[in-house]
Design a protein around this ligand. Sequence first.
Ligand code: SF4
Length: 375
Amino acid sequence: MAGIYIHIPYCKQACSYCDFYFTVHLLDKQEFIKALLEEIESRTAYLENQTIETIYFGGGTPSQLSTQELNSIIEAIQMNYSVTGNVEITVETNPDNLTEDYLKQLSEIGANRLSIGIQSFKNEDLTLMNRAHNAAEAKNCISLARVSGFNNISIDLIYGLPDSSIEDWQNNIQQALKLNPEHISAYNLTIETGTPLAHLVSKGRVSIPSDDEVVLQHNLLVDLLSKAGFEHYETSNFAKQGFRSKHNSSYWKGIHYLGFGPSAHSFNGTSRSWNIANTKKYVDLIRENKTHFESETLSLIDRINEFIMTGLRTVEGIDLNHFENNFGKKRLAVLLQESANALSKQYLALDQNRLFVTPKGKVLLDGITSDLFFE
Ligand code: SF4
């Protein structure tokens, strides 16, 4: 069992907070797709014939590609890998470029899960973030997706936005719930160095909420979504029953994945690799048959810390049987010893041989996790 990620680097415009790898120049699109198809063909050995259960188009904005282009990528994957019949195929999209025709075609080529980057239903927020859509498009896109045949829709929201009040955030959550998505990913805005938004913050043109305000927004989110029947199954992710993201869950469970496209990462249990984060160089290197990625072999300590970090992000927490079987009794004893402080403060809890973060500990997750890391 494994997953495939495809990074489509194109975006309509640059969002002010974004530090992902993307480009707004579509000139080299045909060359990029050709290189991508070559990469798909050339890396078949990486996953050692494991069955592909999930395919995820991320970016960037994958819906910048036509459905014919996306289909050529899906077909290349199906020709070169062993893909399960009920594969989950997710396509990240943005509300500004979704039409009923496009969505119907997406459904026809096999996409069965949409992840829509709504971020906010408030026009002022969307303008500040330099998003390419407005609040009306944000509200409209889910009904468009429904009539086009999608019954597994996720939306992304961002909290902790500059100049946002708890009432604004509450309104955003309520708007989202009215649209009845199956899945919601909600991220705390991080002000990344070098972004236009970081510049606005440093000049004092906008003010970011205090840590206490962000915690209030987070707690409100958890409260309202749990009342609405969503399971908080991972730090930033909430799903109706049966609608967890299979692809993203595989990252947190240590399932192997192969990433195609500029900046895409891959993991096969013992090593990690990452493609060059530059579309032109990616295309040139593949065309010249040169290596287009770097890789590292993971040490035992890397693998233990990864297991702790990803496990604590999920509602199931760290499976201690699995930990002992993979890393040994002595290391399990060390892990439990290091957990004692957080357990006594009820930031962590133990149940049925699982160590997990309590609701009280969730806002302190990063610190709790790093205290448990092995050296
Ligand atoms: S659409 Fe997504 S990837 Fe593109 S600039 Fe905006 S946040 Fe970044």
